[in-house]
Design a binder for this molecule. Structure first.
Ligand code: DX5
Ligand code: ZN
Length: 226
């Protein structure tokens, strides 16, 4: 892997390929990574846990053939344990599961331990209506906490400001080797408020991929983080 983002304490910008032009995915990946994104975020949706279908192992493998960067897979799927192994085989570096889905598969602690057996980083996340306390019993088992700042399913939605209350609540509970990520509606004009609340990693889809100059937009985001 090019760089393990867990080895860094500096803010990281993760480009979500959900807003990429899939007909030229490899070029899109090159452009955002050369433009300053640190790694890629892969939104895996099953049309059941969320009202949209995105992609799975095949596009994960295509992304892996395009780059050796960290691939941060976010599983918005009802059965994370069924699809984590093929996604890891396809090249995912980390697997983030939803606490709401874990409850049907033995609970968040059990799901986190099963994913860890695959030899990848483990993340936990929750939907905006889910109270932050629901993830606390599994905090010792994960490397990453992802706070959703939109209802998952689609890129291009508006940031839900209450997500920052969750960031502030969970930040003091994390160990130095754990990371805190936010996903949804992150833009140049709100990324600093996320950083100030305690976020380490920023997932961005539409604000990067729909920008007229992607590298310039990533640069503006980084400028807000200094
Ligand atoms: C939403 C996904 C996000 C999405 C973010 O379901 O989990 O990762 O790609 O898109 P933007 O940055 O456009 O809100
Ligand atoms: Zn995501």
């Amino acid at each position: 892997m090019r760089i393990d983002p867990f080895s860094l304490t500096t803010p990281q910008v993760a480009a979500s390929i959900l807003s990429a032009r899939f007909e030229r995915l490899s070029d899109e990946i090159d452009e955002v990574l050369q433009g300053g994104a640190d790694f890629l975020h892969l939104d895996i949706m099953d049309g059941h846990f969320v009202p949209n279908i995105s992609f799975g192992p095949a596009v994960t493998a295509a992304s892996r053939r395009s780059t050796d960067c960290y691939l941060d897979a976010h599983l918005m799927i009802t059965d994370p344990l069924k699809y984590a192994p093929p996604l890891v085989k396809a090249g995912a570096s980390g697997i983030t599961f939803h606490v709401e889905a874990a409850e049907h598969h033995g609970g968040a602690v059990a799901v986190a331990r099963e994913i860890r057996k695959l030899g990848v980083r483990v993340g936990i996340t929750l939907n905006p209506p889910t109270p932050i306390e629901r993830i606390y019993p599994a905090l010792d088992e994960v490397d990453l906490v992802l706070i959703m700042s939109v209802n998952p399913g689609f890129s291009g939605q508006h940031f839900i400001p209450e997500a920052l209350d969750k960031v502030r609540a969970v930040r003091p509970k994390l160990r130095a080797n754990q990371r805190l990520e936010i996903d949804g509606g992150v833009k140049v004009d709100n990324i600093k408020s996320c950083r100030d609340a305690g976020v380490d990693w920023f997932v961005v889809a539409s604000a990067i991929f729909d920008a007229p100059n992607r590298a310039a937009t990533i640069g503006e985001m980084r400028g807000q983080l200094e």
